[in-house]
Design a protein around this ligand. Structure first.
Ligand code: ATP
Ligand code: MG
Length: 347
């Protein structure tokens, strides 16, 4: 019999997550869209893992490939997409599984909440029926009545007031925040091991956003789920995530536990993102207009650093070779030949 060595965090108490097998492991994921003459290398090379009960925030500018990456994990991309690499969910390879098998895993093992609940909910169907149908897709022997009772219970869990009345209502009768809670209830219906929230709170006002985020965190602890939190908002990533992956032009360019990442930024692109966040101690005109830059060309495969044209630390080698994402320090990976030196990384 072999004895397993327990991995202990370098300082303080043992890290309980260190020995847990990841719920999700993604290696060298690539997504290329081909439509007529047009080719888009939307996800170039993404490797990441999400351990049990942990939250990974994925941040990056618009068009960096966050949604395409999450849809690839869920098997929800159109047939114009060619997906390569490896996606292991609970230890099993799911990339390339037939649609029928994937449909079974969606909802039961992994679920996704989208940015816009008005587009994801059926306007002609009662809230209760929509949740109940989701339950019955995965649990065939549950009666309609039982499923509606579970829908009421789920609405209670996501803190929708008067849930027995709400199940009888239609999406348009609910506020944006309440509709997003319904989407969360649908996602939780079969207690998935992994929940992907793609800008799930972006459309909400700040107060509702905080309530929904707190709710998600609560539910995560209650159900022991792992979560991928996709957000433009650094504040959300810093507050709610355990680990952070920064995406740029289809690549994960920096990845680390949250305090390490924000405390010791090494990738110039991450620094630029952080510098673009408004701060009270800095005049507004000092902000770097990140969004004003020309978007990177995704029509060709990357042969050099895609951030080079905007990078203050650029050198010749950045223009000749595409820097791979490598773990240069314990749990801290970056894809950069000339990272920010450690003594100058603090926020
Ligand atoms: N179905 C599709 N066919 C072709 N290209 C697509 C398709 N979906 C997305 N893309 C392209 O893939 C790239 C990545 O898009 P994606 O939606 O993943 O960005 P994102 O990081 O989620 O941005 P945002 O923050 O605005 O949501 C973009 O260039 C986009 O135009
Ligand atoms: Mg998106």
């Amino acid at each position: 019999m072999t004895t397993r060595t327990t991995v202990v965090a370098s300082e303080g108490a043992p890290d309980p997550m260190a020995t847990t097998a990841p719920v999700l492991e993604v290696e060298h994921l690539r997504v290329v869209f081909r439509q007529g003459e047009k080719t888009t290398y939307a996800v170039n090379d993404v490797s990441l893992s999400v351990p049990l009960g942990r939250t990974l925030a994925v941040i990056g500018e618009s068009g960096s490939g966050k949604s395409v990456m999450s849809r690839a994990l869920m098997g929800l991309l159109p047939t114009t997409a060619t997906i390569t690499g490896s996606v292991r969910l609970l230890g099993q390879e799911i990339l390339g599984l037939p649609e029928n098998d994937l449909r079974q895993r969606r909802g039961k093992d992994m679920a996704m909440i989208f940015q816009d609940p008005t587009r994801s909910l059926n306007p002609t169907m009662k809230i209760g029926t929509q949740i109940a149908e989701n339950i019955r897709i995965h649990e065939k022997d549950v009666s309609r009545k039982e499923a509606i009772a579970r829908a009421v219970e789920l609405l209670r869990v996501v803190r929708v007031p008067a849930p027995d009345r709400r199940v009888e209502e239609y999406p348009h009768q609910l506020s944006g925040g309440m509709r997003q809670r319904v989407m969360i209830a649908i996602a939780l219906a079969c207690q998935p091991k992994l929940l992907i929230a793609d800008e799930a709170t972006t459309a909400l006002d700040v107060t509702t956003q905080a309530q929904v985020m707190d709710l998600l965190l609560d539910l995560q602890q209650q159900f022991g789920m792992s979560m991928i939190l996709i957000s433009h908002d650094m504040g959300i990533a810093a507050t709610y995530a355990d680990d952070v992956a920064v995406m740029y032009a289809g690549d994960v360019v920096e990845r680390a536990p949250v305090t390490e990442l924000f405390g010791h930024v090494r990738m110039p692109y991450t620094r630029m993102l952080l510098d673009a966040v408004p701060r009270l101690d800095r005049p507004a005109h000092a902000l770097i207009p990140v969004t004003a830059a020309r978007p990177p060309d995704l029509s060709k495969a990357a042969t050099s650093c895609r951030f080079a044209a905007r990078c203050p630390r650029v050198q010749d080698d950045c223009l000749q070779t595409h820097p791979p994402l490598e773990e240069h320090e314990d749990k801290h990976a970056w894809a950069c030949f000339h990272p920010i030196p450690l003594e100058r990384t603090s926020a």
